[in-house]
Design a protein around this ligand. Structure first.
Ligand code: ADP
Ligand code: ZN
Ligand code: ZN
Length: 671
């Protein structure tokens, strides 16, 4: 008798759905032997779906007669390797996400939709060492030390923090460490920020190495994406360079991971599974027992804290390798200055001088993460929350000030409580507004605006970057997008328009991000013979950011904010998570979150703190309301217990099931 009839084999299938469970299906005795990591087609309600077998079992919580059958096994060999499945399982658990959604993000769309996987034959590895087209520079002592350390760790887990300003030779360190890894027949994964995958960056790799390189980024067609993925999966591509989601790329001989500009915001996925590719990369290195290198001039406080705790190993580049030079800082006190839609007259004069000389000006403005606050134009007073160590956020409909930490609301004051001036201004401008002011002030000069909105079209950013390099426009307005990965030799003036909203934001990372922005842009502008100036507009020239950051540097400033974070019990001193819900009825959102908070009662004790329910900084977006709970704890395990209880509650609660909700572990911002 066929045993399978008595005990049918059961596939536990991960489906691309927000439900945080696996779905059980019985498996036909015929067909290929089912294995973990193979894709299957299964019936789901009225439809069929493609999922991945997470496990095979001989039991199920569901009675056998109620189980449906797998319609088809789509692969002969697992499409998701054991290593990737394990990484995805870790991420699903850590980020309280559905495994199916994590896996969906790890596969090219065509495979996700069930297209047959082309046969991949492993390439014949030749042991030739002529994969180098050019030898590269002779390294300076610090660079050599960095490369030696990384290479000595090939074959074991270690997290390196490569710390050096723009032009200090970090990329050269990556390239020479990669050369050694290639020599040992290892594959290398290089993660870059969304903006970082420029033709210049790719050229540095293709000029150096003759090995096949796979590129993975959002601008590829689905066909290209599949081909590059297959090339990495087969081992043909020896190097993969890609943005966030390439951290999941299947690479059977992976031996080294590089995360360039590791502080960059684009590594954090903000919707769906809210993972940090930087953190997943470290976990991947750990699971694979290989080294990972995080490189930046302005590492995140989390990373620096891990160095302090001896969990990560620092590699510092202090000497400058190239010819780049840091620009000169000018803190522009705009109290009582005439300010036209955010730009002071003084800054306009400086721009005019550059325009006359045919030099470029770059104005930076950051919207995301800088929430609007109310500031006195005469003395710089910012409306504080009397219950919290924070500032009140301005809301417009209805007009009020709201504290996002304790939910306290107050009327907008009519005058400054410090100097009695009645000129209280909202800070928080948009690039479009700035663009229009500049166009009016300089009618004969075309202003180029670069932000997410103007660079949606494929290839448009590359065109803009080329245009800037060729000095086609003299005035540029942009968001943080422009702060990394590029060097603009003809830009001699950089203006940071809105420093105050970074200094006094209710966003806990705002000051850190402002400091990173300032240091990053300082490395962008000018060249040896034409040094750049960086003008920072503020009503708080005495703020420690300026005297510590500009006089003592980023590290001193990072230590300063670390102390503040410690006092305020914020990350990296505590572990944080935000639970967000959205829907049409604010009352219901509040009720659901109140219920969710109660559901955690056993975990919520002195060891897990919970703030809220409170409206999100941008409470109403597109007719939808957003509410949230903020959780933090000194113990990660306790926080995760609480999150588990909470996601169980939200998964089963009747009201919650009609809403959209998400868990954001290690949030990047509180939006
Ligand atoms: P980063 O990645 O830190 O910005 P790069 O690696 O791009 O720095 O180096 C900056 C410039 O200096 C590049 O043009 C690079 O080719 C050059 N460079 C790097 N290392 C050396 C070296 N050891 N000797 C001479 N030039 C170097
Ligand atoms: Zn408050
Ligand atoms: Zn005032």
């Amino acid at each position: 008798m066929n045993e399978l009839e008595v005990y049918p084999l059961i596939a536990k299938v991960a489906l691309d759905l927000p439900l945080r469970v696996l779905f059980d299906y019985t498996l036909n005795a015929e067909g290929p032997m089912p294995q973990q990591g193979m894709r299957v087609r299964v019936p789901f309600g009225e439809q069929t779906k493609v999922g991945v077998i997470a496990a095979c079992a001989t039991e199920s919580g569901v009675p056998v007669h109620k189980l449906k059958r797998v319609t088809a096994i789509l692969d002969n060999k697992p499409c998701v390797s054991e290593a990737i499945l394990r990484l995805c399982q870790w991420a699903a658990e850590y980020y309280h996400a559905s495994l199916g959604m994590v896996l969906a993000g790890a596969l090219p769309k065509r495979l996700r939709l069930g297209e047959a996987m082309p046969e991949i034959t492993a390439p014949i590895l030749n042991n030739e060492t002529d994969f180098l087209r050019t030898a590269g520079h002779d390294l300076n002592t610090e660079q050599k030390n960095a490369v030696d350390n990384i290479v000595a760790s090939l074959g074991q887990f270690k997290t390196f923090v490569l710390d050096g300003i723009t032009g200090s030779g970090k990329t050269e360190v990556y390239l020479q460490a990669i050369a050694c890894a290639l020599q040992q027949s290892l594959q290398v994964l290089v993660l870059v920020p969304e903006i970082g995958l420029t033709p210049q960056m790719i050229a540095r790799f293709t000029d150096r190495f003759s090995v096949p390189i796979a590129l993975m980024h959002s601008k590829l067609t689905e066909k290209q994406r599949l081909n590059h993925w297959l090339s990495a999966a087969s081992g043909e591509a020896r190097i993969v360079i890609g943005t966030r989601s390439s951290v999941w790329a299947l690479m059977p001989q992976l031996g080294l991971i590089i995360v360039d500009e590791a502080h960059d915001a684009s590594y954090k996925q903000q919707d769906g599974v809210q993972y940090s590719a930087r953190d997943v990369a470290v976990q991947r290195a750990y699971q694979s027992d290989i080294p990972v290198v995080l490189g930046s001039a302005t590492h995140s406080l989390e990373t620096l804290y891990n160095v302090i705790q001896n969990r990560f190993s620092p590699l510092v580049l202090r000497e400058r390798a190239g010819t780049a030079r840091l620009g000169q800082f000018k803190v522009l006190d705009i109290r009582n200055e005439r300010v036209e839609e955010g730009i002071s007259r003084r800054l306009l004069q400086e721009i005019a001088i550059r325009v006359q000389r045919g030099e470029q000006t770059l104005l930076f403005l950051n919207r995301r993460g800088f929430s609007p606050i109310l500031i006195c134009h005469h003395c710089g007073w910012v409306v504080p929350c009397s219950h919290c160590d924070s500032y009140m956020t301005l809301h417009l409909s209805p007009e009020r000030l709201h504290c996002h930490h304790c939910d306290r609301v107050r009327k907008k004051p009519r005058e400054c409580l410090n100097c009695r001036s009645d000129v209280l201004m909202p800070v928080g401008l948009g690039t479009e507004r700035i663009e229009s002011v500049l166009s009016k002030a300089f009618p004969n000069t075309e202003v180029l605006r670069i932000d997410r909105d103007t660079t949606r079209k494929k290839g448009s950013l590359e065109i803009y970057l080329k245009a800037i390099e060729d000095t086609q426009h003299l005035i540029l307005v942009g968001t943080q997008m422009l702060a990394k990965g590029h060097h603009f030799p003809n830009v001699t003036l950089v203006g940071i328009i809105d420093a105050d909203s970074g200094l006094f934001s209710s966003e806990f990372r705002a000051t850190e991000h402002l400091a990173q922005l300032i240091v990053q842009v300082a490395g962008r502008a000018g060249r040896a013979e034409k040094p750049g100036e960086i003008w920072i507009q503020t009503r708080h020239p005495e703020h420690p950011l300026f005297n510590i950051l500009l006089e003592k540097g980023y590290h001193a400033f990072a230590n300063h904010i670390l102390e503040e974070r410690q006092a305020a019990q914020l990350a990296p001193y505590s572990y944080m998570a935000i639970i967000r819900v959205r829907g049409r009825k604010p009352e219901m959102l509040k009720a659901v979150l109140t219920g969710a908070k109660k559901s955690m009662a056993t975990a919520l004790s002195a060891t897990v703190h919970c703030l809220g329910p409170a409206p999100s900084p941008m409470e109403k977006r597109d007719k939808t309301y957003h509410y949230q709970l903020l959780l933090w704890s000194y113990q990660r395990s306790v926080l995760h217990q609480a999150l588990k209880q909470l996601s169980d509650f939200l998964s089963t609660n009747k009201q919650a099931r009609t809403l959209r909700w998400s868990v954001d572990v290690d949030p990047y911002d509180t939006f």
